[in-house]
Design a protein around this ligand. Structure first.
Ligand SMILES: [Zn+2]
Ligand SMILES: [Zn+2]
Length: 110
């Protein structure tokens, strides 16, 4: 017997968090569409350990790791919905890089 290391605890809680989050999704093609509360901007809103998060940002953090402050996640072209939380459909960009992708015609997608 030994105690779990901090790293193992983080991985376990991420795994558990992800499992709960995915239980709230419907899989359509390659998209994992969040079925819970939607915020005013059209993104999934999810309560995790007493705090509200954007569902796609949380999924990204569970699977790919921390998002640095101020960084944006962009839903790539093959993705069909802002409610999709599949991290493979999300690209981590600086706000400047992100702004360039949304010059005209597009609504500002996070
Ligand atoms: Zn975007
Ligand atoms: Zn998608």
């Amino acid at each position: 017997m030994r105690e779990l290391s901090d790293n193992e605890l983080i991985l376990l809680s991420r795994e558990r968090g992800l499992k709960h989050l995915l239980a709230r999704c419907t899989i359509i093609g390659d998209c994992w569409i969040f079925q819970g509360v939607v915020d005013d901007w059209g993104y999934g809103r999810y309560n995790y350990e007493g705090k509200y998060y954007r569902a796609h940002r949380l999924a990204y953090q569970f699977i790919k790791g921390e998002i640095e402050d101020g960084m944006h996640l962009h839903h790539i072209d093959i993705c069909t919905s802002k409610l999709c939380i599949n991290p493979d459909h999300l690209e981590l960009l600086t706000p400047t890089e992100h702004g360039k992708l949304h010059t005209k015609n597009f609504g500002y997608r996070y």
